[in-house]
Design a protein around this ligand. Structure first.
Ligand SMILES: Cc1ncc(COP(=O)(O)O)c(C=O)c1O
Length: 393
């Protein structure tokens, strides 16, 4: 068993051993194609439909409103491009925000290159979108508003019900990317007035390469993957039965309220202790409006990448808010959108928990982190200056 402390569950998670067990027969005995009419095919179809029912129940939807896909990226592409093309006669305007996942941003940018108009809403200093700003941005041409439910970097949970009310009032379709929030906070398509919801499995101890799109009955989308009429013609391709079975089992296990409580307790312990380090600020909100497994900090005078590297050397996996490439150090657009400077954004570190994270792991992390930050501040000229200033505060 590896001893490494894994605090990068926002990127992906370990498969729950129970999920592995549930998937195993799909590789060896129940390996049929759900489109085949013989016994093997019927078995596969049965697994497919039962899994569809399980996923639907977790978000208060009907099974026929769930489409299986290859994951969050595909679901977001299908929701945004699919709605845009199917509703062109009504208008060619979409609204999203400045804090979306890359796959939403890139889908919107691509639509712009095809003649659609997209408005990117600002957020406040904690990452929230205001329903008033949404209402102001809606025009007669607007067909869709897409917003991330739980932010993948800073953990902000949007008030879907309030945003959904605005969409409903103006007859605009409402989509949310719930990859990070699914099973970690309430998601109810009826109470939150949702028309489309993106889900995936690998953030909740399910397998990679599988996800779903909820499409409310009556909402028109244009398919992007053409094939043999799978998923009611909305998404061609033989269904990934092992993945779908694993997804449904993982979702059911993750819905247990006790997991949320445990992660919230450890998240707050982590936040409280890291904030004791001088010159550290929390990015995103505190409390119930933050994902129960997310913590994101900015460390004055040090690069998040450098902290992450030294944490890795000490056996702790983390991630940064900045995308580092060989030629440039691009600060995270999400952190810039909440008003951070380039230095603050580059000094950020994300630590994300799972239900398998233990209190001992949090204790070990908060023990090594101050030493790492101090060491880095000692060797960086800017860090030295920050240290001097902080020691006088
Ligand atoms: C908020 C969000 N949306 C979409 C995705 C993409 O999902 P997938 O990796 O299943 O394509 C991710 C995962 O990185 C995510 O965090």
């Amino acid at each position: 068993m590896r001893k490494t402390i894994y605090l990068d569950n926002g990127a992906t998670t370990m498969l729950d051993p129970k999920v592995v067990e549930a998937m195993r027969p799909c590789f060896t005995e129940q390996y049929g194609n759900a489109s085949s009419t013989h016994e093997y095919g019927r078995d596969a179809k049965d697994l497919l439909e039962r899994s569809r029912g399980t996923i639907a129940k977790t978000i208060n939807a009907s099974p026929d409103e769930i489409l299986f896909t290859s994951g969050g990226t595909e679901s977001n592409n299908l929701a945004i491009k699919g709605v845009a093309y199917a509703n062109q006669k009504k208008g060619k305007h979409l609204i999203t925000t400045k804090v979306e996942h890359k796959c939403v941003m890139e889908s919107c940018r691509w639509l712009e290159s095809q003649g659609f108009k997209v408005t990117y809403l600002d957020v406040d200093s904690e990452g929230f979108v205001s329903p008033e700003a949404l209402e102001r941005a809606i025009t007669k041409e607007t067909v869709l508003f897409s917003v991330i439910h739980g932010n993948n970097e800073i953990g902000t949970i949007q008030d879907l019900a309030a945003l959904g009310m605005v969409c409903k009032k103006h007859n605009v379709l409402f989509h949310t990317d719930a990859c990070q929030s699914y099973t970690k906070t309430a998601l109810d398509v009826k109470k939150q007035h949702l028309d489309l919801v993106t889900l995936n499995a690998h953030k909740l101890h399910g397998p990679k390469g599988v996800g779903a799109l909820y499409v409310r009955r009556g909402v028109a989308i244009s398919p992007w993957q053409h094939g043999g009429g799978h998923e009611k013609g909305n998404r061609g391709g033989t269904e990934n039965i092992p993945g779908i079975v694993g997804f449904a089992v993982a979702a059911k296990l993750a819905m247990d309220e006790k997991h949320r409580k445990q992660m919230t307790k450890l998240r707050d312990k982590l936040i409280d202790n890291v904030l004791k380090i001088p010159g550290v600020t929390l990015n995103g909100p505190r409390g119930e409006r933050r994902l129960c497994n997310n913590a994101n900090f900015s460390f004055a005078g040090v690069e998040g990448e450098a902290i992450g590297g030294l944490l890795d050397a000490k056996g702790v996996c983390s991630s940064t808010g900045s995308a580092c490439s060989a030629h440039s150090l691009e600060p995270s657009y999400v952190l810039l959108a909440i008003g951070l400077t380039h230095e603050q954004a580059n000094g950020s570190l994300r630590l994300t928990l799972s239900r398998f994270t233990t209190e001992e792991e949090i204790d070990s992390t908060v023990k090594v982190l101050p030493e790492i930050v101090e060491k880095l501040r000692r060797i960086s000229p800017f860090g030295k200056l920050i240290d001097k200033v902080l020691s006088k505060v």
